[in-house]
Design a protein around this ligand. Structure first.
Ligand code: MV4
Length: 448
């Protein structure tokens, strides 16, 4: 097992990694930017090293500085968290060449799943359902029109180097498609340095269901069932839950098994997520793989009882997973609400600043994962997540009631947060009836 790990991230996920390491008896070296200097969670690490100015591009994203911190800190491995360098295969490769463990998949597996068109090809190879669409990258307008006529309009153009909804375009007819392809390709080149575009049939009002996977370096790959992340706004998830309400058991099982097949075909190990969209007839289609631990991982931890961070660190060190798929039984219902320093009444405008006082909720079935404390200043330079409120109860109804109670208990003085919008969403009858798809938030927020 590793003796000492560098935590190459900040905020709540840095704290989550530090806590897991503490329980495993592993020492931690935190990194911080000038904006995060003095943040209270840094005191829980054994050492903290400054890696540069506030801008992420000058600190948390600087491979040379992060590797220097790892050398100075004398660590055997780096945990990248989510965002920043977590899905950068070049970074994983640099770690390997410096003989520093990378807590995640191999750079090769990361590349195979990181390119969306290549991930789609892998899915087809693994007999995992993909959205009807192009076989590969579209090379000209004529080809785009040919594919679209075959699958039928509307179609969705996606950047192979994109993901998370960046660089997608809907086209409803031949004429719109030709210009959309040109624009999408130019945009993808500018944004990702890769102009590759592929085409999928546009699925209207899908649900977003993702499978948590976990594998070791000895060929064992497991799934920890699904999370439903349909409650999102502009590709920012607000609420995640497990199990996915109203998903037929046979579909749930088929998706989970498909995710494991895909991971095995990709030569993937560590924790990861296989994302699907589910249409209104409960057909599921693979869309992409997230080769990292995700923000919403606690939801799966609560329903399965498996500590994903500890497992991820153990498998990175070469340990075998002492699990059996039949023993990974989902129990009860878990919901997570992301608490952001944003004003939901002002179009979710970021609200960085000083938290004068914070009172965290507690009680039966309540978990609060947060780096925030009274007096903590939320810096304006990074994402606005200040905490995750997670509840676990026997039923979805109980989980909703507990979440509303806990949200009302949460007090954050000094800045605006997304807590009020969560109460509203959870009280909405469509949410109660699990009539939620990826357009739910827009419909509720607009209806006000
Ligand atoms: C789609 C889709 C409809 N049809 N693909 C958005 C993020 C990226 N991971 C994939 N996304 C979508 N792909 C087809 N063929 C609708 C979305 C989508 C979406 C997916 C998951 C969660 C939220 C979403 C919000 C809008 C659109």
């Amino acid at each position: 097992m590793f003796k000492r790990i560098l935590v190459a991230n900040r905020g709540e996920i840095a704290l989550r990694v530090i806590r897991a390491c503490r329980e495993l008896g592993i020492e931690t070296v935190a990194i911080f930017s000038e904006a995060d200097r003095g943040a209270p969670y840094l005191e829980l690490a054994d050492e903290a090293i400054c890696v540069g100015p506030s801008r992420a591009a000058d600190s948390y994203l600087r491979i040379d500085r992060v590797i220097s911190a790892a050398e100075i800190g004398n660590v055997q491995a780096i945990h990248p968290g989510y965002g920043f360098l977590s899905e950068n295969s070049h970074f994983a490769e640099v770690c390997r060449s410096c003989d520093i463990g990378f807590i995640g998949p191999t750079p090769e597996a990361m590349e195979r799943v990181g390119d969306k068109n290549s991930a789609r090809a892998l899915a087809r190879e693994a007999k995992v359902p993909t959205v009807p669409g192009s076989e590969g990258i579209i090379s000209n307008e004529q080809e785009a029109v040919k594919v679209a006529r075959e699958i039928g309009f509307p179609v969705l153009l996606k950047a192979t180097a994109g993901g998370g909804g960046k660089g997608m375009r809907v086209a409803a007819n031949d004429l719109a498609l030709a210009s959309a392809w040109q624009q999408a390709s130019a945009e993808a080149l500018a944004a990702f340095g890769n102009p590759g575009i592929y085409i999928e049939k546009y699925i209207e009002r899908p649900r977003h269901v993702e499978i948590q996977i976990l594998g070791d370096q000895h060929g064992n790959m497991f799934h920890l069932w699904e999370r439903d992340c349909s409650t999102q706004r502009r590709h920012q998830k607000l609420i995640e839950e497990s199990p996915s309400p109203r998903l037929p058991q046979a579909t749930r099982l088929a998706m989970a098994e498909a995710a494991v097949r895909l991971a095995k075909t990709a030569g993937y190990y560590s924790a990861g997520t296989v994302e699907f969209i589910v249409d209104q007839q409960d057909n599921f289609y693979f869309i992409e793989v997230n080769a990292r631990i995700q923000v919403e991982h606690p939801v799966s931890e609560m329903v399965t009882g498996i500590d994903l961070l500890k497992a991820q660190i153990r498998v990175a060190a070469g340990e075998k997973l002492d699990l059996k798929q039949e023993e990974i039984i989902p129990r009860g219902h878990a919901i997570e609400c992301r608490i952001n320093a944003e004003d939901p009444a002002a179009n979710f405008r970021p609200c960085p600043g000083r938290i004068d006082r914070i009172v965290a909720p507690g009680g039966f079935g309540v978990r609060w994962d947060s780096h925030a404390a009274s007096g903590y200043v939320v810096p304006p330079h990074y994402d606005s997540l200040i905490g995750k409120l997670i509840v676990h109860q026997p039923t979805r109804k109980d989980a909703i009631d507990t979440m509303i109670r806990a949200l009302r208990e949460l007090r954050v003085d000094g800045i605006k947060t997304t807590a009020p919008i969560h109460i509203e969403l959870l009280q909405n009858s469509a949410f109660h009836d699990a009539q939620v798809d990826t357009t739910f938030v827009e419909r509720v927020v607009l209806a006000k």
